[in-house]
Design a protein around this ligand. Sequence first.
Ligand code: NAD
Ligand code: UGA
Length: 437
Amino acid sequence: MEKICIIGVGYVGLVSGAGLSEFGNEVTCVDLDEERIKQLNNGEIPIYEPGLKSLVKTNYNNKKLRFSSDINKSIKNSKIIFIAVGTPQKKDGEADLSYVYAVANSIADNLNHYKIICTKSTVPVGSGEEIEKILLSKNDAKLFDYVSNPEFLREGSAVNDFMIPDRLVIGSRSNKAFSLMKNVYRPLFINETPIINTSVETAEMIKYASNAFLALKISYINEIANLCEAVGADVHQVAKAMGQDGRISPKFLHPGPGFGGSCFPKDTLALSFLGTKNKLPLKTIEAAIEVNNNQSIRMVEKLIFLLDNKISNKKIAILGLAFKPNTDDVREAASRKIIPELIKLGAQINAYDPVAMDNFKHHFPDINYFNSWEDAITGTDACVILTEWNELRGIDLRKLKSLMSKPVILDTKNILSVSKLKNLEFKYDNVGRKISL
Ligand code: NAD
Ligand code: UGA
């Protein structure tokens, strides 16, 4: 088992650090954010991720997992260094690699003996080569091997995804690096998890191609859902039947207000940027992005229609602020696009989310927040569901109706029973299922 340093303790860094320590490695997680390191050393988990707290606690108590803000020392003391910092998008859609390159420079200054430098952050093809150049500018080539090891975990199920992945991708030219990486993931290797050993460039491309394909699938089903509405078909049955075909699979065929989160929006843009840069524009990905942008606008239009074009001064309850259930992450969430549009139209917003309200308050301090869906919908003229939390799936529709001023619902996640809403005489809309106005 290896001594590992993970740089960047966000969603990926923290889950990977905890997971790799559970695999038996000695892991130190480091971050520039000293407050975050202090919190972790006090046993507090700065993000909401099911199963993460107990995994961190067990391995911290076993001294397999440590947290530090001393980046230089932690690099020097480790053999395998994972880069897990953010790669947000720039204004033109290109991935911003400034955090990755800053880390590469810190590593370059601290290569005191042979190390593997491994990038887990999602970086465009060609970034590995740039990182190697930074390392070589201050060090001999014998002092390191470079590896690309993209991460495929999903927020909300990150621990499980990390511990039982569909595949591992290890991009490297060096056999020595590959066998050391196999050792890092030894339990997975023993369990015969598929391991793809490939070049750095191919590993980088696998990550973007995978994310963009999933995003494409979502935009595809959203377009089909919109067409279902026009022709009177039910998208759920369409998706279910399509999914029976093993070549298609039922996964990622759930229509909604458009994909959000910290990855699909930025990664589709970055891949599209790379295509254009190489004079090979990716028309399918560009279309997926455009469809996604239109989908949130379509949700606003649906609500305006439900409210007979009179949205000004209406009280609207928004249930669900996170970009998906089981996370407190609100990056690029549908709520971030839809709420400002409603505010512009003069609506008053009552918001509720089981875990994401604190994060949301940083962006929208002035809307009304409530600690239960019941309080949020009381006295409102319409209710919009934006995240498919289990708690919201189980909403008592009779109670909901009795608390609202007007029984108007836009269910953008299709979690409520159409027949129950019909029986209770709600004015109602959804995405791609029979509308009962
Ligand atoms: P994040 O924003 O949650 O965390 C990044 C962390 O890096 C922050 O805590 C920040 O303080 C720290 N950091 C920045 N610069 C630093 C430096 N120079 N030294 C030390 N720490 C530094 O990011 P994330 O969501 O974990 O994503 C990280 C990368 O992983 C991105 O490239 C992302 O695309 C990719 N990824 C994310 C997910 C996901 O579900 N979030 C899944 C797969 C891949
Ligand atoms: C996604 C990928 O699924 C991960 O494999 C990848 O590692 C990660 O991005 C990343 O690179 O960061 P994540 O963004 O956490 O994971 O969550 P997803 O479950 O993929 O959902 C993304 C968005 O798509 C959410 O807004 C979700 O509501 C939406 N979605 C998902 C749909 O609208 N329909 C679906 O059928 C599935």
